[in-house]
Design a binder for this molecule. Sequence first.
Ligand SMILES: [Zn+2]
Length: 338
Amino acid sequence: MTDDVLSIGGEEIHLGERRQLALTVAKLYDFTDMKMPVEVVRGTTKGPVMFVSAAIHGDEINGVDIVRRLLKHRALKQICGTLIAIPIVNVFGFNDKSRYLPDRRDLNRSFPGAEHGSLASQVAYIFRTEIVNKCTHGIDLHTGAIHRTNLPQIRADLTNAANLMLAKSFGVPVILNASPRDGSLREMVNDKRIPMLLYEAGTALRFDKRAALLGVEGILNVMRSIGMLPPLLHSMKPPKPFIAKSSQWVRAPISGIFVTRKKLGEPVMKDEKIGFITNPFGDYEYAILSPTNGVIIGNSILPLANEGDGLYHIATFEAGEEVSNEELYPYINPDLTV
Ligand SMILES: [Zn+2]
């Protein structure tokens, strides 16, 4: 819960106000300022303060589309508490269509950051001090890396009960229990005991409308669950989520042309042939077998593979928890498979 006045970037935003800000993150070579766009939406009553951030990896632009759609949503007229939307955190990477910063560092390995550190560290510091430190909850939006796509999924440290509650309320079918990586935003936020989710969906440098709509609805669902929005009068029961205890990558056994037999979101059985690597003549095939029962939550969309490249990301569930094609089918995106 916050005070009546919220201060970000030296500006004061009062209850009932909606304001766009631009946080200066650094100067460019020509001395012009590089700014991070922020929109603050405050209800007339105090309540939770939630950040929704996108493009911490500058080329993961589907989250930018999610924030754009969220900010236009009429539900925000009824907000209680405060939404802080940051459509582009890594403004350098976004403008360069790159995951990284010009110093070649990964912003999501640079938290908590330092005021006078590397460029990535400075951006992390500004995001921490101006945004995260003012928030009670957070959602960070990502996509698969370039040439890879992800099934809409939530990743969170589920040992924190508040994270589990938020994850279930989001309303996508797969929740992956993932401990945060060193230097990530999620690690820093977890250390502060602020509940936070990471939404992964789609691929880098592309908009995926369905993944965006699921993301917007998920964010609104979370806001409803913590009292930032009134409950829906006729709400559909969210799908029962499958909570993945772990996941593993299936890598290319040899270099060659990659042909898949499975779509993103499809269940797989241990030792099932899920694809193969072939040569340009097509007279040789090296079968790729699934190492486990599970569901494909990410896959390569590049039909060329070097030995060792990640081809499938498979989530595994508790023994006896069956995941059927029908339950996940609405989330399978035929356009984004090889
Ligand atoms: Zn990412």
